[in-house]
Write a protein that binds this ligand. Structure first.
Ligand code: UFG
Length: 342
């Protein structure tokens, strides 16, 4: 059993990873300032796994708070999820995004060095491939330029981690480039709970289905794709969570830096996702076709071969599973976690 620190472990991907880690027999500490999550998540993780993760209310930019956690625990590895993640907002608040995302990573790295903790898994994004690479994206491709500060933070942090590992031969760093995580734990107890108007496709669809939003706008149907709408590599969040489990286990038994795409390798269009959701839920989604959204690429999907070969991991859940589980979560929690509050 290893003791793993999950920063941002109360968030969407972090909470599902906590479940996967606990179920695999690891011990989990969640450090989260609940900026974009809710403490109810900790109860829900306990309900699913029968084990209550150790929860620390913590801002990962605050080195005293982080040091306290390392002082009190023998930590074997860190999975760093904490960070701001809204693409559009990052262009309005670039300083906040650079400060928060980069500062939290540097703070963690300095304190890990202080305590001799060497295993690091980072939540990166397919967005670092940029617009000039042709999908399917391979880890060996040169990274591209980014169209927003959020994406730059991911790209810069990858560089920081690579340099830190080059200077410390004991370090092991896994850079996980996520594609489009959707779905939820099959229990419907944890899932994606965005604040305000959702930026991403699936939470928007589920909020229309549950009656919280009038209609979905499909951002453009004049792309050079089979049905004119953009194609993405949607991946079930539990598959993604299991990818983290494999990655931290590999980190603990190796040295150096590895990059892994976590995707299925199969793209679906916006219209295909809507159709699949309608089939899974039995609810018709009210939508209109609108303008293109700035910065959207027509197609973006993974070459998933490296993760299968080196991590022994492959996404196994289908688009139907993703839609069914997203709907199960949203229909059981129409107001998200806030529904629990009086
Ligand atoms: N879309 C709509 N209407 C909406 C929301 C989305 O048509 O209301 C479309 C988008 O145009 C896109 C697709 O649905 O074609 C997926 O959009 P998302 O916003 O769900 O996801 P993105 O691919 O734009 O973004 C995701 C992550 C980012 C990451 C990016 C690139 O959310 O963190 O992939 O890897 F940076």
């Amino acid at each position: 059993m290893s003791r793993i620190l999950l920063t941002g472990g109360a968030g969407f991907i972090g909470s599902h990873t906590a479940v996967a880690m606990i179920e695999a027999g690891h011990s989990v500490i969640i450090a989260d300032n609940l900026y974009n999550s809710d403490e109810v998540v900790i109860d829900r993780i306990e309900k699913i796994t029968g084990v209550r993760p150790d929860f620390r209310f913590c801002d990962v930019c605050d080195n005293n708070q982080v040091r306290e956690i390392f002082r009190e625990n023998e930590i074997d590895g860190v999975i760093h999820f904490a960070g701001y993640k809204a693409v559009g907002e990052s262009s309005e608040k670039p300083l906040e995004y650079y400060r928060n995302n980069i500062d939290s990573t540097l703070t963690l790295l300095e304190i890990m060095r202080e305590f001799g903790v060497c295993n690091f898994v980072f939540s990166s994004s397919a967005t670092v491939y940029g617009p000039d690479n042709e999908p399917p994206y391979k880890e060996s491709m040169k990274k591209g330029s980014c169209s927003n500060p959020y994406s730059w933070t991911k790209s810069m942090i990858e560089q920081i981690l690579t340099d830190a590992a080059a200077a410390n031969p004991d370090m092991s760093v896994m850079l996980l480039r996520y594609f489009n995580p959707i779905g939820a734990h099959k229990s419907g107890l944890i899932g994606e709970d965005p604040q305000g108007i959702p930026n991403n496709l699936m939470p928007f669809i589920t909020q229309v289905a549950v009656g919280r939003r009038e209609e979905l706008t499909v951002f453009g149907d004049d792309y050079d794709t089979p049905d004119g709408t953009c194609r993405r590599d949607y991946i079930h969040v539990m598959d993604l969570a299991e990818g983290h489990l494999k990655a931290i286990e590999l980190a603990m038994s190796s040295k150096g830096v590895e990059i892994f795409n976590l995707g299925t390798g199969v793209p679906y269009s916006v219209l295909e996702v809507i159709k699949a959701f309608e089939n899974a839920s039995g609810i018709m989604i009210n939508y209109t076709i609108g303008d293109r959204r700035e910065g959207d690429l027509p197609g973006l999907w993974a070459d998933a071969e490296k993760a299968e070969r080196m991590l022994g991991w492959k996404a196994v859940r289908t688009l139907d599973d993703m839609c069914r589980d997203s709907w199960n979560w949203q229909s059981k929690n129409p107001k998200g976690y806030k529904g629990d509050k009086k």
